[in-house]
Design a protein around this ligand. Structure first.
Ligand SMILES: [Zn+2]
Ligand SMILES: [Zn+2]
Length: 121
């Protein structure tokens, strides 16, 4: 279930972390590795799914595995707030988020400042 019903969230859609072996900047829609349900990203930088019993986690702790990484049984993480924010900016530019205009601007502003603030705590 969405643990943040009062906070804007979008489907988690971004490219693999730059360290991934695929070296692709293609946008992917991510699912939660442990339950395979769609992952969502809140404006506070938390990732969650709608599976009962699954916990949310901060983007810093998220592991990503695309098809190519799966073949090698490897996982990749974003290594810095800046790295993730850049990936997210690309996703936003591609207009792949479902938010419109003001909501999108607010979401982007909020998540940028929250992720910057929380990453190094
Ligand atoms: Zn990849
Ligand atoms: Zn889950």
């Amino acid at each position: 279930m969405n643990p943040y019903p009062n906070i804007t969230s979008v489907r988690l859609k971004c490219a693999c972390p730059p360290s991934c072996i695929c070296k692709s900047s293609e946008l992917r829609e991510w699912s939660h590795l442990s339950c395979s349900k769609y992952s969502y990203l809140s404006a506070k930088g938390d990732i969650f799914c709608n599976q009962q019993g699954c916990k949310s986690y901060f983007i810093k702790d998220a592991s990503f595995q695309c098809q190519q990484a799966k073949q090698n049984s490897t996982f990749y993480q974003y290594k810095s707030a800046a790295q993730f924010i850049m990936a997210l900016a690309m996703a936003i530019q591609a207009a792949d988020l479902t938010l419109k205009d003001n909501d999108l601007i607010k979401f982007t502003t909020d998540i940028n400042s929250e992720v910057m603030k929380r990453w190094n705590l």
